[in-house]
Ligand binder design. Structure first.
Ligand code: CTP
Length: 406
């Protein structure tokens, strides 16, 4: 099952240089399982040809409200009735001005106006020069379209085709795809503030060496993404990993367990859910050497002294907010054997209502995993699946515990 399986998307292109990115977006939508009907305005045709969009979408592109090939000659009705969403990317300033006024003099604006408001959502990925984006007329039009029920996906920032730098670029195709997938997920964590730790920590020995572990951060990043898709405001405190930040997630990069502890403590007072997926180093060298430790020729290894790191999860779970469940704490356990027994013992030791166990060597670095959910009642296994799918199941599980007070 792909993320957009069974979804039919009307992909509208309006006039803007970002139309070249819409070709890639169309491919991504198809790869994610959607069927895509492209609709282009005359201005969009100045930037990319319908031939390209037809080849990528595998359907003739709809271009005119006067196309007599439609049996009832009502393309605007037919197109807007069977779509799960209308996604306009790029949405030009001019097109948003038309939407704001309910103008309908071409097929795309006509079908936006004709769509059933309660059934066919309208999502906009604007693209324009930064001055046009800031202009009071654009702000006004945007406010109006949002009030009329459209969903604004946001804009990118940076270098623009015109050579200027600022806000107003179209979001990247992959970002738009993630937003669309998120749009269809149930908003079971709306209003919640979720704090997630992910990845390994790195404990320095000297300026060039340190101790770390094999955690890739993938599970924690998937959980942050799933929580955000479920409507939560998400902060992700990440150890050293090379993963892309999930769309819409606030990321704080840290290195050592002490850094992670400090970052989490700062965020925790405003969070309502804490999910500790990070593989935090249990110990750190008592003092990191300021200069690289050299071999002294004796053949002996240097003697390292270790001290224990603070337990971030236990500290929060056993705090007043953790105990009263104002902050709902979820722990993870990476074990090598006897998962159920270790996970249950760890849950009690940490003082968390829910602990998620997995077998470290079968999880670290992989795209798939198996999770064992352990609570006061016992345990429940989530069968092997992609980490994102498991993350969504875990988020749904946490949401139902919150709503039932379990
Ligand atoms: N954890 C934490 N801070 C630490 C150590 C662990 O927040 N200093 C969290 C992890 O993010 C995870 C849970 O505690 O959610 C369990 O981590 P794990 O390393 O499996 O447990 P430990 O308490 O370190 O126990 P052990 O290594 O002895 O199995």
């Amino acid at each position: 099952m792909k993320d957009l399986s069974g979804k039919h998307i009307v992909l509208g292109l309006t006039g803007g240089i970002a139309c070249y990115k819409s070709a890639e977006l169309c491919r991504l939508l198809i790869k994610a399982g959607a069927s895509v009907q492209v609709v282009m305005t005359a201005a969009a045709e100045q930037f990319i040809t319908p031939v390209t969009m037809q080849a990528l979408s595998q359907r003739p592109v709809a271009l005119s409200q006067w196309d007599a090939r439609e049996a009832n000659n009502m393309a605007h009705i037919n197109l807007s009735r069977n779509a799960d969403a209308c996604l306009i990317a790029p949405a030009s300033a001019d097109f948003m001005a038309k939407l704001a006024h309910g103008q309908a003099d071409d097929l795309l604006s006509l079908l936006c106006l004709a769509r059933p408001l309660e059934r066919t959502p309208l999502l906009l990925a604007p693209a324009m020069n930064r001055e046009m984006w800031q202009h009071p007329a654009t702000r006004r039009n945007l406010d109006q379209v949002i009030r009329d029920g459209a969903c604004m996906l946001g804009v990118g920032s940076g270098e623009q085709a015109c050579g200027e730098t600022g806000d107003g670029r179209m979001m990247e195709p992959d970002e738009i795809l993630q937003e669309l997938i998120a749009f269809f997920q149930p908003k079971v964590l709306a209003g919640q503030k979720v704090l997630v730790t992910a990845g390994p920590t790195y404990e320095p020995i000297d300026p060039v060496r340190g101790i770390t572990n094999l955690s890739s951060g993938k599970m924690g990043f998937a959980i942050a993404r799933a929580a955000r898709e479920a409507g939560a405001e998400v902060t992700l405190v990440a150890g050293p990993v090379s993963l892309t930040t999930p769309q819409g997630v606030h990321r704080i990069d840290v290195r050592s367990a002490l850094n992670m502890h400090a970052a989490v403590m700062q965020q925790a007072s405003t969070a309502s859910i804490f999910i500790a997926t990070a593989a935090v180093a249990d110990w750190r060298p008592a003092s990191a050497a300021e200069q690289k430790i050299k071999k002294d020729g004796s053949g002996n290894a240097p003697e390292l002294q270790f001290v224990e790191n603070p337990d971030i999860l236990a500290t929060l779970a056993q705090s007043e907010r953790g105990q009263s469940r104002a902050l709902y704490c979820v722990g993870f356990a990476a074990e090598s054997h006897d998962l159920q027994a270790h996970a249950q013992a760890k849950r009690l030791r940490k003082g968390v209502p829910l602990l998620v166990g997995n077998i470290g060597p079968q999880a670290f670095g992989q795209d798939e995993n198996t999770l064992l959910l352990v609570d006061e009642q016992g345990c429940n296994e989530l069968a092997r699946d992609s980490k994102l799918s498991l993350a969504r199941q875990l988020i749904a599980n946490i949401a139902s515990r919150l709503s039932t007070g379990a």
